[in-house]
Design a protein around this ligand. Structure first.
Ligand code: XMP
Length: 521
């Protein structure tokens, strides 16, 4: 006689999000308070897809964003995040000019076609070129030589850019025009990288290809190293996150700046964001501790009116009303998280904030109605937390996890034989003095008098490169998806079933009753 199936028992214990969070509405739950139930699976972790859409025109290939904090995301971090398929939000604790050039550095990093290569004129001396390389810290020494109208005259090869030739003129040292390999933009066709790749294979020893128009005007330069990098990237499972012009994507944080009378400084905000847009920024984040507020809403409205198509992230909130408000103001993606961060003291200092899984559930339901996405911001310490967060959100924003990486701003310091990097909350006194006071509703000048800091200054153990950290995190996310039989993030969201974990269950979840060996994992 066939055994009667009792798999319906699963439904009694392992609940879908609506049933689970409603049943637990009297308690705020965070990542370690819950666990996900496994499901029948035909999905191998390595075959799972991690792409996510945050807004029209803003798609990531992995659901990870580095936080807009001054010890986490500047251009190096943003480049590393985008090369891995994610996104970096460049912080705003720096002069606006500096933020603009940080965005440019990301947008012009490794291109197929360098549209504005450094050119030199025939009358310069090799010594001038050497000085330029030293001053600008160029990592290359071959330059196209053009006349005053931009017409190509030849190529100054790195072989002759040597101190011994310092007093020689460029015109006497260049490889003449007729010996220089060029291609027209038309000849590059629809897939310039493939065409250039073929060229470099056919021309042994040539590493640079100049792009000209029919009148020999210089249009750009393609280097073999860029082509090789891009060709490799095309084979990787998670491709770099790029814009329509094949540039890396980049986000920047903006604040709800106030004028001397305490009103919103619309003119300054608009000028700042216009300049960011001109530099090619893909998304701006209106970042504050309390997003369900007039200042943030008005800032989002002003930006939405001025830039109808610009993806806007705004936050932070932890309520359905907060999500609805920011969505109505025009935000596309909303940051959820008040006080979960590893360096946050908002819950201790101000007594507010909601544990992250409950906040994500409440916000996700409002977001679905408003057709906006939500981003789980703060409190992530391990890949399992990310899997749980992604059952309710479109991506995670992490600070602490990336703060120990080589690409985070600041130098590593050695303490008792271990290497650390500084990591501080944007609401710490030190960070507010550097400019982030507005994020916490204070004036910068306030920091000289008594202001309650909502973040701490800390150290993070150095954790290697972003590539390495992300490889571990992505491996964990893919494992989680395999256990749930989810081939993509949409399936992860629809299949997830939850159960609460007792304190003993939490202890059981981590290694216990053993002495752990460090084997380089
Ligand atoms: P993790 O846990 O990834 O958190 O280190 C990073 C997130 O924390 C938020 N943040 C703060 N929250 N006081 C706070 O209450 C602070 O000083 C502070 N600084 C950053 C922010 O959302 C970030 O992404």
């Amino acid at each position: 006689m066939a055994a009667t199936r009792i798999s319906h028992l699963d439904d009694t214990f392992y609940k879908k999000a609506d049933a689970f969070f409603t049943a637990n509405s009297k308690v705020g739950l965070t990542y370690d308070d819950i666990t996900l139930a496994t499901l029948y699976s035909e999905i191998l972790p390595r075959n799972t897809q991690l792409d996510t859409t945050l807004a029209d025109g803003l798609q990531l290939n992995i659901p990870a964003i580095s936080s807009d904090m001054d010890t986490v995301t500047e251009s190096r971090m943003a480049i590393a995040m985008a090369l891995n398929g994610g996104l970096g939000l460049i912080h705003y604790n720096m002069p606006e000019r500096e933020q603009l050039s940080q965005v440019s550095r990301v947008k012009y990093h490794v291109q197929g076609l360098i549209q504005d290569p450094i050119k030199i004129s025939p009358d310069q001396f090799i010594g001038d070129v050497l000085k330029l390389i030293e001053e600008k810290k160029f990592g290359f020494s071959t330059f196209p030589v053009v006349d005053e109208k931009g017409k190509l005259l030849g190529l100054l090869s790195g072989h002759v850019v040597k101190p011994r030739y310092a007093t020689k003129k460029v015109i006497d040292a260049l490889t003449p025009r007729k010996a220089v390999h060029t291609i027209t933009k038309k000849e590059l066709g629809k897939d310039p990288i493939a065409r250039a790749d073929k060229f470099f294979t056919e021309h042994i020893g040539i590493h640079k290809l100049l792009v000209v128009d029919d009148d020999d005007q210089m249009l750009g330069l393609i280097t073999m190293s860029d082509v090789e990098r891009i060709t490799l990237e095309r084979k990787a499972q998670f491709k770099p996150a790029r814009d329509a012009q094949f540039r890396l994507i980049c986000g920047a944080a903006v604040s709800a700046t106030r004028n001397a009378f305490g009103g919103l400084d619309e003119k300054r905000i608009l000028e700042h964001v216009s300049a960011l847009v001109e530099r090619g920024v893909d998304v701006v984040a209106v970042s504050t501790a309390h997003g369900h507020s007039k200042g943030v809403g008005d800032t989002v409205k002003v930006l939405r009116d001025a830039f109808p198509k610009l993806p806007i992230i705004a936050g932070n909130v932890t309520s359905a009303a907060g999500v609805e408000y920011l969505a109505d103001c025009g935000a596309n993606a909303i940051k959820v998280g008040q006080g979960p961060g590893s360096i946050c003291t908002t819950r201790i200092v101000a007594g507010v904030g909601i544990p992250q899984m409950t906040a994500l559930y409440v916000c996700s339901r409002a977001a679905a109605k408003k057709r906006v996405s939500i981003l789980a911001d703060g409190g992530i310490t391990k890949s399992g937390d990310i899997v749980k967060a992604l059952t309710l959100s479109s991506a995670v924003i992490c600070g602490g996890i990336f703060a120990g990486c080589t690409e985070a701003p600041g130098e590593a310091v050695e303490i008792s034989g271990k290497m650390y990097k500084h990591y501080r909350g944007m609401g710490s006194l030190a960070a507010m003095k550097s400019g982030s006071a507005a994020r916490y509703g204070h004036e910068k000048a306030d920091t000289t008098r008594k202001v309650a800091a909502e973040g701490i200054e800390a150290l993070k153990e150095v954790s290697g490169s972003v590539d390495r950290v992300l490889a571990q995190l992505i491996g964990g996310i893919q494992s989680g998806m395999g256990y749930l039989g989810a081939k993509d993030l949409e399936q992860l969201r629809s299949k997830a079933r939850y159960i609460r974990v007792s304190p003993a269950g939490q202890r059981e979840a981590a290694p216990h009753d053993v002495v752990e060996l460090k084997t380089g994992n």
